[in-house]
Design a protein around this ligand. Sequence first.
Ligand SMILES: [Zn+2]
Length: 260
Amino acid sequence: MLTYISVIAPIFILLVLSLSIAKDIFYFLRPLPCEYRKILENYFLYYQRLSPEKKLDFERRVNRFIRLKHFIPRNLEKISDEMKVLVSASAVQLTFGLNEIYLTHFDRILIYPNSYYSTVNRRYHKGEVNPRWGTIALSWKDFLEGFEHPTSAINLGLHEMAHALHLEDKIVNRSRSFLNEKLLDAYKELSTKTIEKIRNDEDNFFRKYAGQNEEEFFAVSVETFFEKPEEFLANHPKLYHIMAGLLQQDPLEVYMSVAA
Ligand SMILES: [Zn+2]
């Protein structure tokens, strides 16, 4: 009887394990629901500009991002499909040139209806990334405003995802150090100089907030990179090329591919 159990038990455990793995694989392989794709088609400018093949890859990544995160409503009744899709698409836009980066450390996304009071530093926030809790928080009102003015270089979604990306690169996990180190060094050198110039009013290309510190400069650079690429290239060509190298994509190519 004992031998019988010792043979059957491992087989049973293996069977249960393989069924659970198969269920997970199936879960992640399911295509992006049609209603989610429609949201991208209607509202997400970056997606609209991609080639058909790249659109498929973008959809796959958005799908995976959605399935990997817990979306938590704060002072909201529920999380809408638009919230899930557009927030995830902002992260995918930023990481689209990189090899499958899903900001895994940040597995909870908190959405507030508008700016909220943070008990951490007793100030109102539009968004926040907290590596200690693995959270990304966003004010939905301010997130949407980023979409209403696509060339303003103010985009809360990209801004907060840029903070998360910068941190994710340093956090010890499977996807650590995915940003090219040499380029990061070159970026740091240039950003330090530019921050100094912003503070001394010698450079007014980036908005003043970029002069706060290196993290804010990175987040504002990302917003500007995607929303004012031509002006960025004309004003700060070296920095633009470093950004393109770090993110392994060039927004100007995305725009030109549509014009062609
Ligand atoms: Zn910031």
